[in-house]
Design a binder for this molecule. Sequence first.
Ligand code: MHF
Ligand SMILES: O=c1ccn([C@H]2C[C@H](O)[C@@H](COP(=O)(O)O)O2)c(=O)[nH]1
Length: 264
Amino acid sequence: MQQYKDLLNDILQNGVKKEDRTGTGTLSVFGRQLRFDLQEGFPLVTTKKLHIKSILHELLWFLKGETNIKYLKDHGVSIWDEWADESGELGPVYGSQWRKWETKNGEFVDQIENVINQIKTNPDSRRLIVNAWNVGEVDQMKLPPCHYAFQFYVADGKLSLMWQQRSVDTFLGLPFNIASYAYLTYMVAQQCDLEVGELVFTGGDVHLYLNHLEQAKLQLTREPRDLPQLIIKRKPESIFDYNFEDFEIINYNPHPHIKGAVSV
Ligand SMILES: Nc1nc(=O)c2c([nH]1)NC[C@@H]1CN(c3ccc(C(=O)N[C@@H](CCC(=O)O)C(=O)O)cc3)CN21
Ligand SMILES: O=c1ccn([C@H]2C[C@H](O)[C@@H](COP(=O)(O)O)O2)c(=O)[nH]1
């Protein structure tokens, strides 16, 4: 994961000090892209140990179309706790937009089902997009989507994915986001009988919170290690039938975990 180290270094070298909504303050750069060839391995950051369980449960929760943290809590995942209301609700966030985007005439669009059907029947389409930035509903969301859109691309029998992220917590959020979209690419590729291609991240305000600078510098002293591999143990009926137990990451040998406080 040299790409991730290079980005940390870029922010430390070129970042501009910028205040932010949370009050923590950041070093920030604008407009960056990272590319990962999924044929080279599964893109998990190796310069600190990641909590894979939270990442995978969060993705499965998005795919269920859920927006209440109950599912996450039931599985011991607490990454969304700070943003939920007393009943665990987050408003119409990712899951709702991905699976149940409401149209003007009151119908619901399942963007995930549609995009998979399109990949299967019309792989050369340039409209293979899922969008979470629902302008009419953003103000009801406890947190407007950070990764707000993604696009698939099929060439040479391989499926690639690029996602857009308006705001990027490079120490805590980004390693999760990379892994999450890598999981999604593998799942969709399996459903569509394609190989995996490239994963492309495009970030807008890419920042390091000022209370994560030491953690970033520590990672720069660490040598990236070989990437692990993902094994999917069976092919479920549909994209909505994957279970946590269907996935196994092998050969993940990261450097030790590094703690960092999350800005709310
Ligand atoms: N400031 C901020 N950064 C984010 O990355 C972020 C938000 N807010 N708000 C919404 C979601 C929640 N996400 C989060 C929240 C917390 C962790 C975090 O604390 N990660 C710990 C491990 C925690 C665990 O898995 O239980 C880490 O060390 O990676 C990661 C992503 C990503 N998003
Ligand atoms: O998947 C995610 C979700 C959130 N983030 C980060 C990016 C920002 O640091 C905060 C959101 O604050 P805003 O003021 O709404 O930009 O959360 C992330 O990196 N990845």
